[in-house]
Each structure stands twice: as C-alpha cells, then as structure tokens.
Design a protein around this ligand. Sequence first.
Ligand code: GTP
Length: 390
Amino acid sequence: MDVLALVILAIAVLGVALVGSVLGLVVSRRRKPAPLPDTHTDVLVVPPVDPDAPPVELSAPPATLEPEAPAESLAPESLAPEVERPESTASRLVRLRQRLAGSQGGLGRGLLALLSRDRLDEDTWEDIEDTLLTADIGVAPTQELVDRLRARMRAEGGADARAVLREELLTLVDPTMDRSLRISGEDGNPGIVLVVGVNGAGKTTTVGKIARILVAEDRSVVLGAADTFRAAAVEQLSTWGERVGVDTIKGEEGADPASVAFRAVEEGRRTGVDTVIVDTAGRLQNKQGLMDELGKVKRVIEKQAPVTEVLLVLDATTGQNGLIQARVFSEAVAVTGIVLTKLDGSAKGGIVVAVQRELGVPVKLVGLGEGADDLAPFDSGAFVDALLGG
Ligand SMILES: Nc1nc2c(ncn2[C@@H]2O[C@H](COP(=O)(O)OP(=O)(O)OP(=O)(O)O)[C@@H](O)[C@H]2O)c(=O)[nH]1
C-alpha cells in the first residue's frame, strides 16, 4: 500500500513538473521581444526599457525542447548583422513636419497677430517688416512681401489674414521649383551626387542621412569619403554607411580627394549601384583653392559618368554668413540643390527664401535634428503651413 502511494505521489510530482516546464516554455516564448516595427524611428537610440516588463528568463529550457526555429524568427539583436532599417519616408515626413512647426511656428503666429489687428497702421507694417527681417527672409523679399500684403489687405477689406498670408508666403517660397533629387544616372551609369559645403555645416551627416533615405527606398548606394582633409570625417562617413549596409570608398588622410571620388564612382559602376554619393572637404581657405579642388573632383568623376546632382549643405543657423559661403561655393561648382541643416535649432526659416534667391536653386532637403533619419524632402506647402503653426 505504502509503495503504491509512493508511486502515485512520484507520478503526480512528475506530472506537475512537466506541466510547469511546458507553461514555462510558453511564457518564455511570449516574453521574446517583438520584432522592430516598420516605422522604427531614431535607430541610433537604444529602445526604451519597460520597467513593468517581467525579467528576462535566464533559466531557459533545454535546447532539445525548443522546436527548430525558422531563420527569420531568431532574435535580431543576437544573430543578425548590425544593419539598421532606416525610417520610411512616409513616417519620417509626419514626424518631421511636427518638428518643423515647433521650430518655425513663431514667425507665422507673430505675423498673423500683427495682420489681424483692427487697424493696420504704419507702426504695424513696420513691425511686420521687422518680424520678417528677423526671420532671415532678406531685405528684398521682405519688401516685396510687405508691399503685396499691404495692397491685398487694402483691396480685399475684411480678407482672411491667414489665407492671404499663406498665399503670399507660398509665392515667396516658390512651389514651382523642381525639388526632385537627381539620384539616377543614364546609360547604365549610377546617379552621382556630389555634396559640398563648409565643414561643420552638417555635410557628412547629410551624406549619411541621404544614404539612409535611399536605402529605405530599396536603392543601392556607394559612398565616397573624399573629405580626406579630416580623417575623422572619413571614419564618420563609413560608420554611417556600415549602419545601413552601404560600402564607403576611402582614401588615406591627405590623399587626393579627386582620386577617392574617382574610385567611388568606379566601384559604383562596377557593382551597378543606383547612386554614388561623394562627400567633399569644405575648407574655405580661399576661393581659388576651393574652386580648384571641387572643380578637379567634378572633372575627374566625369571622366567616367556625369555628376547628376550637386548639393550645397548650409547651416540654417548661420544667417547672412551662410549666404556668403553659399555664394563662394556656387561660384566654385554649379550647385543644383540646397540642403538646409539645423532648421530645428533655428527659428529663422526665412533663410529658405533668402538662399533660393541668392543662388537661384531650390532647397531640396531640410535637416531637422541630429537623429539618423532627421532629414526630409523640402515641401513648400508643408513648410508654409509649419510657419503658420500647422
Ligand atoms: N540639430 C541638428 N544638428 C545637425 C543637423 N545636421 C547636422 N547636425 C550636426 O552638426 C554637426 C556637424 O555635422 P557634420 O556632418 O560633422 O558636419 P560636416 O559639415 O560634415 O563637417 P566635417 O565633418 O568637419 O566636414 C554634428 O554634430 C551633426 O550632428 C540638423 O539638421 N540638426
């Protein structure tokens, strides 16, 4: 009898242990981290830890109990190469529009408050003028805008100030400009994007961010680190590339930038990539030196294939000084588009108007933060809406 009771007890204990281990398996499977969502944003930021989440199961069940896991279900952080998935353009635009409205909204709100006054007297018009000048729109565009606003507010008594202001700001920003990036080549060649600008404007960062935009759109890319003046810039660029699985062609510190650019294009053609992006040095030692260097880089690249886009990177916070630099660069090389960085750190979005006027080329991209995906195509309507506070 006693022996029988002992046997029954042993079976019961084994049964409980078995159920427990199966439940433990189920629970530990449920605790596996969810895959990254498509709209993953700041990929450089470590995902936040949920303080309420149960601790990670350390006593994992024996490997033999685990069914064969299909390759794609393996935890990405443990086995997959460290290639990040850049944010999709759609989610980036929604996020960055809000950031743009946050940094630029003050200008529009200020103008609207002034235009909505009962009496638009001379003092008010002067205040409007000052507000525009403070936002770096520039003297001539400010005068034009004020003249047009005056005429319309007078002629269209009781007009909706917001609607009038929106229309006139949009005219100034010029929605008719072609802002598409020339990232495709012809005759089997890759598109070649040459990126120029003074050091510190955000050039290398921008090259990395553009690569991410292209990778997010399933385009293949090679980077050329032709900023051989500063070894750190070369390393910085290749790190950007590695993160999204893009190769970077480098040269030794002090190597001829043109030869690095040449090799990058050579590699891009050999591997049949869609786009080669070449970062350049931005020393402004003197105009002649800059012209010689950039001119040579472009000439040497074009022994193989045409440069399809020359982007000038400008720091939005540098105001008039930035415009002077812009002029020097545009004389050194034929700029086809502007990237305005650090708009998140400046309330002076008027620089968009000023720089387009100065160079006669469109702003094509705007930088809105230090995050890896904080670069967005410039959209004039969205920009004016951001100025007006959404
Ligand atoms: N807030 C903000 N910071 C930015 C933006 N773009 C670039 N930066 C920062 O600006 C700093 C300079 O950027 P870099 O890309 O190193 O500038 P660079 O022009 O390549 O300079 P060199 O590498 O010296 O040639 C970095 O700290 C960037 O993170 C932007 O849109 N917003």
